[in-house]
Design a protein around this ligand. Sequence first.
Ligand SMILES: C[S@@+](CC[C@H](N)C(=O)[O-])C[C@H]1O[C@@H](n2cnc3c(N)ncnc32)[C@H](O)[C@@H]1O
Length: 168
Amino acid sequence: MIHAAVLKKEVLEYLDPKQNENFVDCTIGEGGHAEDILNKIKPEGKVLGIDLDPQQIVSSHWLEAIYKDRVTLVNDSYSNLKEILERKSFAPVSGILLDLGMSSAQLEGTQKGFSFKIDQGLDMRYNDLTGYLTAEKIVNEYSYEKIEEILRNYGEEKFSKKNCQRNC
Ligand SMILES: C[S@@+](CC[C@H](N)C(=O)[O-])C[C@H]1O[C@@H](n2cnc3c(N)ncnc32)[C@H](O)[C@@H]1O
């Protein structure tokens, strides 16, 4: 495992998983948090693990080897959570975890262009089969105003206009 799951103690404290409850890990990554949850909800409790990056799903397959049918892995976006829960007939759900961001493996071990330290193409997609735009396309083809709007609204960047050379 490359990624060390963060705030493990706090995650367990706030989710408070109990015997035989079911949980959804919307960003399963390499399964660090999911493993902690699975150990708390044994013997019957289940985890539905979702990740948009197919490589991360591969990296969490070790959970299936240990926890068998108490783990279900789905390569999809948590934005489709309602449909995934219906499709997998996963209920009832006692709690949902979202550990947002990216893993160490995605930063350092891939060609996704997430890292400032490695010279790579500016891809920045978790899944290149989804039809999402690359960051390279956005940076090079979107207007200044559109990029500024993205940084301000989605990045909550208060200096989104800081380097503006124009009357904007
Ligand atoms: C910080 S890592 C999670 C690490 C994980 N908690 C662990 O213990 O290894 C964040 C994960 O969210 C995934 N991710 C990002 N956007 C996503 C989305 N829209 N839907 C599902 N997963 C997403 C990334 O691929 C990455 O694996």
